[in-house]
Design a protein around this ligand. Structure first.
Ligand code: TYD
Length: 140
């Protein structure tokens, strides 16, 4: 599959195609065109109460594109050495999160929708849920 070095500098914000229309815009994501992986799963977080924090884990093999389909939130990405905070607030921009990156999602605006395109189906075995476990995994 893809081989990126698992550091935060390889987690980029990508601009997605947008068709402007006074009656409402369209953004398109197509396998083979707009993403460096094929989408096997889509999920979205919504009705997130103010002050909630999501994420708090890393993945071993999963690639994800995280989009603020509505509203805004901040994604904190951490490769065990460096951290960066990225605010997502436009539906035609997404953050690519590669394997081996700890992420937390915070500061959800009211009505925010966190829309996620993922390279694999759900697998609990792919998660690293403890930060100490994550640091140990990065040292391997
Ligand atoms: P999790 O990924 O930990 O949520 P977040 O990082 O947004 O806080 O998932 C929360 C729960 O939902 C967990 O019990 C696993 C389950 N889940 C699925 O069953 N399938 C999925 O595709 C996802 C993303 C989560």
């Amino acid at each position: 599959m893809l081989s990126y070095v698992s550091d935060i500098h390889n987690c980029n914000v990508v601009e997605l195609p947008k068709i402007h229309n006074p009656a409402g815009n369209i953004t398109i994501v197509q396998n083979g065109a707009d993403l460096p992986f094929d989408v096997k799963r889509i999920y979205y977080l919504y009705d997130v109460p103010g002050g909630s924090e999501r994420g708090g884990h890393a993945h071993k093999n999963l690639y994800q594109l995280i989009v603020a389909a509505s509203g805004s939130f901040d994604v904190i990405i951490d490769d065990g050495q460096q951290k960066k905070i990225i605010q997502l607030n436009r539906p035609n921009f997404g953050l690519m999160v590669i394997p081996g990156i700890w992420r937390e999602i915070v500061n959800f605006s009211s009505g925010a929708i966190c829309f996620v395109l993922a390279s694999q189906k759900y697998s609990e075995e792919d998660y690293i849920r403890g930060y100490e476990d994550f640091l140990a995994y990065k040292m391997q």
